[in-house]
Design a protein. Structure first.
Length: 267
């Protein structure tokens, strides 16, 4: 069973909700354009994978999708967020005998600066916060985002648009709220997410269009790439114009990516 709470709903979340108390849940954030949720099939697949890997009961998508349809009616350009918690119950960390999901649907304004980023590119500094390894949660977008909160807090004093985040083995993993991918001499590659990090919806959609290699990536290797991008479901693919003091040509980066996409479309 599940309870769905939407943006305009006055229902209160119980103080015993496991999402509030333990971060026992997951979420996805999607772009809404002209009343349509972009890449919904990938967001749905993410929610299904999270539920399965975290031992949640199956989500009733018929009901959820109807609520989403109602919530985004009339939306021209917005951000949709779907949060799923395990609801109430259980003793301490122990799971409840019967789970009643709590699902939150919120619709908010679309970030105004995202449209301009494709043309200007983003500058990246190196975050002083490193990600811990936990393969059981790697790739999932759980409610446990304290590392990202610390990353954003540290970023406030750095001179950059976003940051590169490494793990404790000094492998590049992601940006503060986006995946990273690069174009090399003969390949398109992205950091391995087997130990930590989130596999984003946009990155997954890109993997279905192009051959993307997941591998360990060092900071030095990334700066030697022909082009580097950050991406998520709201901003799409945005070229990087600088990593620390190493510059990249934004126009060349977009040309390389568009050439790869055009080539694949002809196949």
């Amino acid at each position: 069973m599940q309870t769905i709470i939407t943006t305009d709903d006055t229902s209160a979340i119980n103080t015993r909700d496991r999402g509030l108390n333990y971060g026992d849940g997951f979420f996805t954030t999607a772009k809404v354009s002209a009343g349509h949720v972009e890449h919904w099939q990938y967001h749905k697949a993410r929610l299904i994978e999270c539920a399965e890997r975290l031992a949640f009961p199956a989500i009733n998508f018929t009901e959820l999708e109807q609520h989403i349809k109602t919530a985004i009616t009339g939306c021209k350009l917005n951000a949709l967020k779907v949060v799923v918690t395990r609801g109430e119950g259980g003793r301490g960390y122990g799971l409840p005998q019967h789970t009643h999901l709590t699902i939150l649907i919120t619709v908010s304004a679309f970030p105004q600066n995202y449209s301009a980023l494709v043309n200007s590119g983003v500058s990246l500094a190196l975050s002083p916060i490193k990600l811990a390894s936990q393969p059981l949660l790697a790739g999932l977008k759980t409610l446990n985002r304290l590392e990202q909160v610390l990353i954003k807090n540290a970023m406030a004093s750095q001179q950059c648009d976003d940051v590169l985040v490494l793990d404790h083995q000094n492998n590049v993993i992601e940006a503060s709220a986006a995946n990273v991918f690069a174009i090399g001499d003969n390949t398109l590659y992205t950091p391995s997410l087997e130990q930590c990090g989130i596999k984003g919806v946009y990155l997954q959609s890109l993997c279905d269009k192009l051959a993307v290699e997941f591998k360990h990536v060092s900071l030095n290797e990334l700066t030697q790439a022909r082009a580097v991008f950050i991406c998520n479901s709201l901003m799409g693919a945005v070229p990087v114009n600088r990593i620390e003091q190493h510059p990249f040509n934004v126009e060349q980066s977009m040309r390389l990516l568009n050439e790869l996409l055009a080539k694949e479309a002809k196949c």
